[in-house]
Design a protein around this ligand. Sequence first.
Ligand SMILES: [Mg+2]
Length: 297
Amino acid sequence: MAALNAPRLLPLVLAVALVSGACRSARPAAGTAPAGPAAPGAPAQRYESLRALLWFQSAEECRWIQRSAFAAARRSLEAALADASWSALGQGPDAAALPPAVIADLDETLLDNSAFEGGLLRSGATFSAEAWRSWVEAERATALPGALEFVRFAAEHGVTVFYVSNRDAPFEAATRANLAREGFPLRDDLDTVMLRGERPEWKTDKESRRREISASHRVLLLLGDDLNDFLPGVDATPVAERRAAAEAHGERWGVSWFVLPNPLYGSWEKALGAGQPAPADAAEALARRLGHVRAFP
Ligand SMILES: [Mg+2]
């Protein structure tokens, strides 16, 4: 019930908006180390993500949310293939003749990087571009439950899957190798791995990449773990604005837009601090986060 009433409460929540102590937006922004000041190992920060991480890694509930999302996406894909007017991006009749495609994010959508998070937590380190590079180049990310089956189903039905990720361009070879190792289909005749910075206009906001794909393909579905995987201009916007932007496309969620759970990081976290200066220290960062909690009484 509280969740249903949440929009009305958001202005109050924003009154205490904050910058999160570890404000990564979509993973993996090289050079965007956490804005939070906590010394590595500071207890309040070090274990702040422990329960979320354990849920992501071990909860059967999480695994079946993921599998359910991909199963629903598969059903929608079947419907979309039978409906020439179907587009996840509102493309018009001209798109009917274009080859079909799906746009999927990689990290925490198709690939599980939670062991990287676990390594940070175990060692007491905070996110750094160097640590992330080591992880990506180790090519150890694994397919999330249901992801491989879904992507293979799409490929077998003539649907091109574009992997639109904010991994940085220099990681393309390692990312391709990791995808291939996990069994994700890659095309030889078309670059379907579209990373941030491969072209100057391919920035953190993925809209330019979605536009490019939609010029040559009819986009049937979007899959992601971050609002940025679906909408433009939502990377560092306040909670209420994100809510309004998502609500404006209410008919698409669960139909042509499928979101995967990610309690570990994301632009949702950045939104909590939108427009606010960085906190002075770890204690202030924690206090600000607590300020966002809805509570009774
Ligand atoms: Mg992601």
